[in-house]
Write a protein that binds this ligand. Structure first.
Ligand code: ANZ
Ligand code: ZN
Length: 848
């Protein structure tokens, strides 16, 4: 038996696969398609363990799908624009492109070394003009469709990254990339109108049973749909006189119109559009201005969470409550955010905790208008009724009653209150009739701010002309290419690069200025999976035919950190491109597998700064890529985190070597030319035969679910069974066809996991042509794994007296006869009056 020499085998097959272009896509319409995709990497350096895990999972799936007869698309590329390249270029005084291409080459070499079955002819690099050209083209199509617009708005500006951030990119109040707290700046920026799709993005989550529940939940929360109503309040001054000179009303969004009788004050967001006019020149202006200024230093996310101390000031104005004509003071406070609802809130401190805290702090009235069941019971116990209940204030220490009975609420008193309650419906109906309220659905999702003031990204294809306004770059002039000679080290930006921005207006021909913002790199990763279906198309980003042939992606594998941003943006792009007539599907990814993290031996996340990174090369060099792949898949189910364990690598390596030996031994006892004959198998051989069917059945099912660890356990059992067979038949006759068949089975089921190992055995041991990769997945029949006999329990008067083997299909009479024989000594001198038979389980003999 030849020794297992991982390095020699792996370099031999790596070259052979490349030479024969083994992983080129067939595009064979007669076969069902399977699109297996791993989230493409950002080329920040060589691959790390997290990548290795991600791609190993995808590769095992893709390879197995291919063996099972699918036409498989399994591509890779690079998400190559972005700040790290720019920062590295500044630091090392090189070009961002050079840094990026060097890293991509390095990562690619490791991918090949790992044996990943990518069709490299379909590679997409987002920084290459033949890709980003189509990103610009899509931008212009979306623009034509009204899905792109510019707006001046307070935006999140990261002072460290020197660019604006989308809402989604501010996580826990910090820049998602560098952790710096963003500032608010009023800037005119480009937006994608993702909110046009809010409802569909929410509804279609139901079309995704193959996604983890928690990811769908996160998306649903982010989209944040709320059903409620808008209510109009008339503005007035201290004496109840209507205020002139403006619209004269303030509209709020509320999910709790049922609580209108409990409104004891009003709160505007510090950014509320009409706020300044309300207080201008009054004694309240100073205090209000201070709140406005101070709130700029608190992120909208934190403000919306409602956990911070609340600050506010009275504006000197009032509004009239439409349901009871009462005058209510208007405040400004930082816990109300500008970009939700109308930026104004009717405060009901008895029902809303934020309003409650604010009322306590500023000594505003808290009028109980809704009682929960306990409050109600207490009221009734004191002899009062709901109708007569009267109280000016409460002695509670927090807001009560998300749901309960309405009190002190005019004709609505006694109705149920709460979200979507009877009381809410009744009040909204009346407001609608009075013309001062209407049903409203709000979404938390905001439009996607895509402008970035950074160089290394896709230039926004627009031109600013003093005469014609902002016009798109004509299609035949795309792409707008990035200049390569920017002096980033000296701090030069696109906005300072004359050669780039000086241009002429495509409409009037006068001198004009090119847009210098680039697109958020998340725009590049929102459609790369579509470009893979048709990567060389020079007429379109992809043909509809190609997209429809391959989409949706059947298995998408990547990290949970993309649960919101990337996945939501990609879903939006798919829907928008569908509506442009470019493809047919509604959703891009049918099944989503979020792989767990690889942590260090102590359960810490690996990072360069902690110095605890285990590079893939530290396993590949001593043990080989197959061992690495096996270890990664065996150590834990793919969606679970695991702590890196060098022992797992050793264990995987031991198993590979053992399986190698067993396959060779089986082959040496076999003859490929002897036809298999089941009836020739003795009981020892039958055991191995059954194990073979069981293992393949289990592997097939587990691979489908991505549960490689249990599939590998099953293969280990088959290897054990083969070893047991070889031992039991030492020196005796072995079934030649069975030995060959099982050897081939072991190689086949491990081929998606240990592909180099498998191809070496495929050729050298099994003497087969071609590759295990293109061979068929072994057939199985679960029925063949079942033994013909079963063990059953024999009881006498309910006590276990023995166990016997009976034929699986034995009749009750046969079971009883066998049972009586087995426990004869317990039956001496007695008569069996009855036998209770449970087929496959037990016989209970009732005796006298
Ligand atoms: C009166 C009320 C009474 C409210 C009550 C709640 C409870 P969701 O469910 O998230 O949609 N609200 C509206 N706009 C706001 C803004 N811009 N900033 C801060 N809060 C705002 O929340 C809707 C509720 O959040 C609305 O219903 C409003 O307070 C508040 F017992 O109105 B409610
Ligand atoms: Zn012009």
């Amino acid at each position: 038996i030849p020794a297992y020499d991982a390095q020699a085998i792996e370099s031999k097959w790596m070259k052979a696969w490349e030479d024969s272009n083994l992983f080129a896509v067939d595009t064979d319409d007669s076969k069902p398609k399977k699109y297996v995709l791993e989230m493409f990497p950002y080329p920040s350096g060589d691959l790390h363990m997290g990548h290795a895990r991600n791609y190993t999972i995808g590769d095992a799936m893709a390879r197995q799908a291919r063996m099972r007869g699918y036409d498989v698309l399994h591509p890779i590329g690079f998400d190559a624009f972005g700040l790290p390249a720019e920062n590295a270029a500044i630091k090392h005084n090189t070009q961002a492109a050079a840094w990026t291409y060097k890293n991509m080459d390095q990562a690619l070499a490791t991918m090949k070394r790992m044996g990943f079955s990518y069709d490299l002819d379909r590679m997409v690099k987002t920084c290459s003009p033949d890709y980003y050209r189509w990103g610009q083209w899509i931008f212009e199509k979306l623009w034509e469709k009204g899905l792109v617009y510019r707006k001046k708005n307070p935006v999140n500006w990261c002072p460290n990254c020197k660019t604006v951030l989308a809402n989604e990119q501010v996580t826990e109040g910090k820049c998602w990339r560098c952790g710096t707290e963003p500032e608010k700046r009023d800037l005119e920026q480009w937006y994608f109108k993702i909110t046009e799709y809010s409802q569909e993005l929410l509804d279609d989550l139901e079309k995704l049973p193959g996604w983890p529940e928690r990811v769908k939940q996160m998306q649903a929360n982010w989209i944040g749909r709320s059903e409620g109503a808008e209510v109009d309040f008339t503005l007035c001054d201290q004496d109840g006189e209507p205020i002139e000179g403006d619209e004269g009303k303030i509209t709020v969004f509320t999910t709790r119109a049922d609580t209108l009788f409990g409104v004891s004050f009003f709160v505007l967001a510090p950014e509320y559009a009409g706020l300044h006019e309300l207080v201008e020149g009054t004694e309240y202006e100073e205090a209000v201005t201070k709140i406005v200024e101070d709130s700029k230093h608190i992120s909208a996310v934190e403000r919306a969470q409602g956990t911070l101390e609340k600050h506010g000031a009275f504006t000197g104005r009032y509004v009239v409550n439409p349901v009871n004509g009462e005058k209510v003071p208007v405040w400004v406070a930082d816990y109300v955010v500008a970009d939700y609802g109308t930026g104004a809130v009717m405060a009901v401190p008895c029902g809303d905790q934020r309003d409650f805290e604010f009322a306590r702090k500023y000594d505003l009235p808290i009028v109980p208008i809704i009682l929960d069941d306990d409050d109600r019971a207490a009221v009734e116990a004191s002899g009062e009724t709901i109708d007569t209940f009267h109280a000016e204030t409460v002695d509670w220490d927090c807001a009560h009653a998300a749901e309960g009975t309405l009190v002190q609420s005019g004709k609505y008193t006694g109705m149920r209150g709460g979200k979507h309650s009877e009381g809410e419906a009744a009040i909204v109906a009346d407001l609608e009739a009075m013309g001062c309220g209407r049903r409203k659905v709000e979404f938390r999702l905001r439009d996607w701010l895509i402008s970035r003031q950074r160089y290394w990204g896709n230039p926004i294809p627009a031109i600013h002309c003093e005469h014609c306004g902002i016009v798109p770059v004509p299609e035949d002039q795309l792409p707008v290419t990035l200049p390569e000679n920017l002096d980033l080290g000296a701090g030069e930006t696109l906005a300072e690069c004359k050669e780039f921005y000086e241009t002429t207006c495509p409409v009037c021909g006068r001198p004009a200025k090119r847009e210098t913002d680039t697109m958020d790199t998340f725009t590049c990763s929102s459609w790369y999976y579509l470009r893979y279906t048709d990567p060389h198309n020079t007429e379109l980003p992809f043909s509809r035919e190609a997209a429809d042939r391959w989409m949706p992606v059947d298995n998408y594998i990547g990290g949970i950190e993309h649960a919101i941003l990337h996945l939501l943006y990609s879903r939006f792009f798919t829907k928008a491109l569908r509506d442009l007539g470019l493809l047919s599907v509604d959703e891009p990814f049918t099944n989503l597998l979020c792989q767990g993290m690889v942590k260090d031996e102590n359960g810490d996340t690996m990072s360069k700064s902690k110095g605890n990174v285990v590079p893939p090369s530290s396993v590949i060099e001593p043990y080989g890529a197959d061992t690495m792949r096996l270890a990664i898949l065996f150590i834990a189910p793919p969606e679970k985190d695991f702590d890196w364990d060098p022992k797992a690598v050793e264990g995987a390596n031991r198993f590979i070597k053992r399986a190698w030996r067993i396959v060779w031994q089986l082959v040496q006892s076999s003859d490929a030319n002897v036809a298999f004959d089941k009836s020739a198998l003795d009981e020892v051989a039958m055991k191995l035969y059954r194990e073979r069917h069981r293992t393949i059945a289990k592997c097939t099912e587990d691979f489908d679910r991505g549960q490689f660890n249990t599939a590998i356990s099953a293969v280990m059992e088959l290897v054990n069974a083969a070893s047991a067979y070889l031992n039991a038949t030492e020196g005796a006759d072995r079934d030649k066809a069975l030995c060959y068949g099982v050897a081939k089975d072991i190689v086949s089921v491990l081929a998606p996991i240990c592909p180099f190992w498998a191809d070496e055995l495929w050729h050298e041991a099994l003497g087969c042509e071609g590759n295990a990769y293109t061979a068929a997945w072994p057939e199985f029949d679960l029925a063949e794994s079942i033994e013909d006999t079963v063990q059953i329990v024999v009881q006498v008067l309910g006590k276990v007296r023995g166990r016997i083997d009976v034929a699986r299909d034995a009749s009750n009479e046969e079971m009883q006869a066998a049972a009586e024989e087995a426990v004869a000594k317990w039956l001496e001198g007695k008569t069996v009056v009855k036998a209770i038979c449970v087929p496959g389980k037990l016989v209970n003999l009732v005796v006298k």
